[in-house]
Design a protein around this ligand. Structure first.
Ligand SMILES: *Cc1c(COP(=O)(O)O)cnc(C)c1O
Length: 423
C-alpha cells in the first residue's frame, strides 16, 4: 500500500512558524476513524473493551480522544497509573499489566481500583503482603512456552520471554487465588508483537479460550474476561498488506462461538490492550534537513535524532520517509538519513531511495504515533520534542511542549543552573 503523509509541505511551512522542527504530529481524524472501526469490529461481544497501552503514547489529549470510543487504559508503571488517575479515569477502566512489579505500584493500583493482571505466581503472596486481602477480580498472564506459529511461520518465541505463568502455574495460581477469596478471573497473554496478519488474534484467542475452558472445569473459577493484549501490528513498509480489523474481530468471534459458547462461557468479555494499532499510523515525526554530507556514502543530516524516535537505532526498524513537496518525484537517490547523536546507529534510514533532497527540505518519518515520542530519552543532552495534534478542522494544537534546557537541568539540585546560566 502506498504510504502518504497526512500533512503537506504547505501545512508544515505554516506550522513551523509557531512550532520549530523536530516535532511529532498526530492526525485526529485518522485516530477517530480507526478507534471507531475497532469498536465496531468487536461490537458482537457486549463486554468488549480496549484498554489503550499507555506506554505507546502517554499523552492525555490523545488518550482523551480514545476515551470517547470507550477505551480504558493499560498501565505498567506507577506514573502510567498516575496519568490515568489524573485524567479522572475510574479504576474499572484501568488494567495494570505490569511485570517485575515494585510493591508500591501494586498498592497504588489496588487503591485506585485498577484490575491487577499478575505476571507471576509468586506475585500472589507479594501482592497480599502489599495490600492485605486480594481484590475480588484478578487476572493472570499466561505464557504457553515454545514457539508461537501461524501456518508453519514462527511469529515469536514465548518460551524465551520473561512474561507470564507457565501452564502448570496458571492452574495452581487460579486455585490459590480462589482459595483466597477471588471471585472473578481474567486471563491474559501477549505472544507476538507487531503482527501483520489477520490470523494472530484468532489464533491467540483459540489458545486462551481452550485454556479458559479447562481452567473453569478443573478449578471451578468464574472467568469473566479474556484479554488478548497488544500485538496487532501495522504495515511499516509500503509493500505490507494492512490488517483488516473487521476480519480480525470476526475471526475472534468464530473461535468464541466454537470454544467458549458450547462450554457455557458465552458471557466472557473480550478485552484488548492495543497500543501500536491504535496510534502508530496517525503520527509523523517531522524534521528538517540541515546538512548534506558526501563522503564514502551520501548522508542527509536532519534536526531530529534517535532520541525523538528510537526504533530504527534500537531494532533496525523500517520507518517510511516522505520528502514533503517531492511526493511525486522519482526516488533515484540513495541516502543514509542521520541524526546528530555521537552514535553511528543514529540513522533513521540506511541506503534509502529518495528523491533528490536539498538542505531545508522537510521530511516526514511515518508511523511514529506509538512507541515514538514515548521512547524518547536525553542522551547527548538532547531534548524531547513537542507533540502537536492536527485537528479535524485543520487547526493545530500543542499537546505537549518541547523540553527546554531548564527541564534537562531540573534534577540537578546541586547545580545552581538558574544563577549560573541565567535560564
Ligand atoms: C506493550 C504492551 C501492549 C501494547 O503492545 P502493542 O504492540 O503496542 O499493541 C499491551 N499490553 C502489554 C502488557 C504490553 O506490554
Amino acid at each position: 500500500m502506498e504510504k502518504k503523509a497526512f500533512v503537506t509541505k504547505g501545512q508544515i511551512e505554516e506550522i513551523v512558524k509557531d512550532y520549530p522542527t523536530p516535532f511529532h504530529i498526530y492526525d485526529e481524524k485518522g485516530i477517530r476513524e480507526n478507534a471507531k472501526a475497532l469498536k465496531e469490529a468487536f461490537a458482537w461481544n457486549p463486554g468488549y473493551k480496549e484498554f489503550f497501552a499507555v506506554k505507546a503514547t502517554p499523552n492525555p489529549r490523545l488518550i482523551g480522544i480514545l476515551r470517547e470510543y470507550g477505551c480504558g487504559t493499560d498501565c505498567s508503571s506507577l506514573t502510567e497509573l498516575m496519568l490515568s488517575k489524573a485524567m479522572g479515569i475510574p479504576g474499572t477502566d484501568v488494567m495494570f499489566s505490569s511485570n517485575d512489579t515494585p510493591m508500591e505500584e501494586y498498592v497504588y493500583a489496588a487503591k485506585m481500583g485498577a484490575t491487577i493482571n499478575l505476571d507471576d505466581i509468586t506475585h500472589i503472596d507479594f501482592l497480599e503482603k502489599a495490600i492485605g486481602s486480594l481484590p475480588k477480580t484478578m487476572s493472570c498472564r499466561y505464557n504457553p512456552g515454545g514457539y508461537f506459529s501461524i501456518s508453519n511461520h514462527i511469529m515469536d518465541n514465548p518460551g524465551d520471554a520473561k512474561y507470564g505463568f507457565t501452564t502448570e502455574q496458571l492452574f495452581e495460581g487460579f486455585r490459590i487465588l480462589k482459595s483466597k477469596g477471588v471471585e472473578h478471573f481474567g486471563l491474559h497473554a501477549f505472544l507476538a508483537s507487531n503482527t501483520v496478519t489477520n490470523d494472530y488474534y484468532p489464533m491467540l484467542a483459540k489458545t486462551l479460550f481452550e485454556v479458559a475452558v479447562r481452567l473453569k472445569e478443573e478449578t471451578g473459577a468464574h472467568i469473566s474476561f479474556i484479554n488478548l493484549s497488544g500485538g496487532v501490528g501495522i504495515p511499516y513498509r509500503p509493500d505490507q498488506e494492512p490488517n483488516d480489523i473487521q476480519k480480525i474481530g470476526e475471526g475472534v468471534r468464530k473461535v468464541y462461538e466454537e470454544v467458549l459458547v458450547p462450554a457455557g462461557m458465552g458471557d466472557v468479555a473480550i478485552y484488548t490492550e492495543l497500543g501500536r494499532y491504535m496510534l502508530a499510523p496517525y503520527g509523523h515525526l517531522v524534521t528538517k534537513v540541515i546538512h548534506e554530507k558526501h563522503t564514502y556514502k551520501e548522508y542527509l543530516g536532519v534536526d531530529a535524532c534517535a532520541v525523538n524516535l528510537m526504533r530504527p537505532a534500537m531494532y533496525g526498524a523500517y520507518h517510511h520517509i516522505t520528502v514533503l513537496g517531492k511526493e511525486d518525484a522519482p526516488c533515484d537517490h540513495k541516502y543514509d538519513v542521520t541524526g546528530s547523536l555521537c552514535e553511528n546507529n543514529d540513522k533513521f534510514a540506511i541506503d534509502r531511495m529518495l528523491p533528490k533532497v536539498e538542505v531545508g527540505d522537510y521530511i516526514v518519518i511515518h508511523d511514529t504515533g506509538a512507541h515514538g515520542h514515548s521512547m524518547g530519552y536525553n542522551y547527548n543532552g538532547k531534548l524531547r520534542s513537542a507533540e502537536l495534534l492536527l485537528k479535524e478542522d485543520g487547526g493545530v494544537e500543542l499537546i505537549r511542549r518541547a523540553e527546554t534546557p531548564a527541564d534537562y537541568f531540573a534534577t540537578l539540585d546541586c547545580l545552581d543552573v538558574y544563577h549560573n546560566l541565567d535560564l
